[in-house]
Design a protein around this ligand. Sequence first.
Ligand code: AMP
Length: 463
Amino acid sequence: MSFESLGLAPFLLRALAEQGYETPTPIQQQAIPLALAGHDLLAGAQTGTGKTAAFGLPLLQYLGTEPQKVGPGPRKPRALVLTPTRELATQVHDSLRGYSKYLRIPSAVIYGGVGMGNQLDSLRRGVDMVIACPGRLIDHIERRSIDLSGIEVLILDEADRMLDMGFLPSIKRILAKLPKQNRQTLLFSATFPESIKQLAMEFMRNPREVQVTPQNTVAETIAHRVHPVDTARKRELLLHLLGQDARVQTLVFAKTKHGSDKLATHLEKAGIQAAAIHGNKSQGQRLRALGDFKSGKVKVLVATDIAARGIDIDQLPRVINYDLPMVAEDYVHRIGRTGRNGANGEALSLVSQEDAKYLRQIVRMLGRDMEIRDLPGFEPQVPIRWGNSAPGKAEQPGGQRPPRKPGGGRGRRPSGGGEGQAHAHAGNRGGNGRSGARAPAAAHAHQRNQQRNGGGPRRDANR
Ligand code: AMP
């Protein structure tokens, strides 16, 4: 299938060809014709699927060919794209600018953490398209520097993430400012929890649904590997892994802002060029860190989940989970940055006893095997109790660790020696992955195991 056959105009086809886009991705194939026909759309797609062009191309075609609906008067924005983070807003804006190279569509990107001046200037000059994060957009609404009464197309990008970040009240306030009639709404989301469905019912009219990647899947070309380790030795193990091939660009995920800063500093001290990116960094710092990472000046970028949303780096060869995410779906978002377009990727996770419960959920959600490999010299002092419901070749009575190859004993060995290996596997292969629910048997096993381990999940004050 070609972009021409989707009904796109020559001015877009030319820009796409120049960017090297040859064939539309599955989400583009499904979403573009429906959006061009004017339908509202509920689209299930995550980062890396080509979702930006899936909503961006029909949007630009509309703006480039349809005359403005509102009458004369000062220019008002005709299209609004809402995104959860500044990084994603910038990235969407850049992508749309690229696709609209042969159009004249003035636009503004609006997010917090930077001065108002530039944003006010562009809004005053008049724009057709606004790409915005909800918080700062509300500021503009309150000071009346933006008039949303002329919006003809609304796009909610990564809607689930916006809701996760607590933007629902802001989104509702924004939606209340938009015209109710003659508006097209496209909602893109990786997951569809009840809250999103409700939002869709309230604010969309008869939306068509498209879904590309079955949710909770990652590219088949990625090798997932788990290295068991004691929490206290994670840094050492990270240095060891990074040291194996210092040229590989690596995105490292840590769970806290403070933790990512400390880790980046530690890596720097060890002679590895590293930077941290998280919510406490200014926009300038984040952009600089990202730019340095993309250009290769920085080899290791340490990120928290929220800051990493929307980071668009093609063909990232390696992601290391220094800490596992507490929400299994975040694993998919993290790993979605590697193995794109059929490239090989590596996803390594450093898993201590306190991460074990998260690993169980991730394995169950992915529905595929994960190799567990002890690295000689880094084996945990006390074998990790994985829990009854996997991971491990066999369900382990008493929640003991999965089987190891001979030679992968628990004592530390200086070096050499075989690497103990096992596979984590999912108990729930048949699940559709959409609901995120556990198979009943697995859920019971999980509960039993928690009781045995003395109660529910431990809380870490640092989170
Ligand atoms: P997205 O999911 O929108 O973040 O896009 C992921 C990456 O794929 C971006 O770097 C896009 O530039 C790229 N991309 C999107 N659509 C295509 C396509 N049809 N052909 C080649 N690359 C694409």
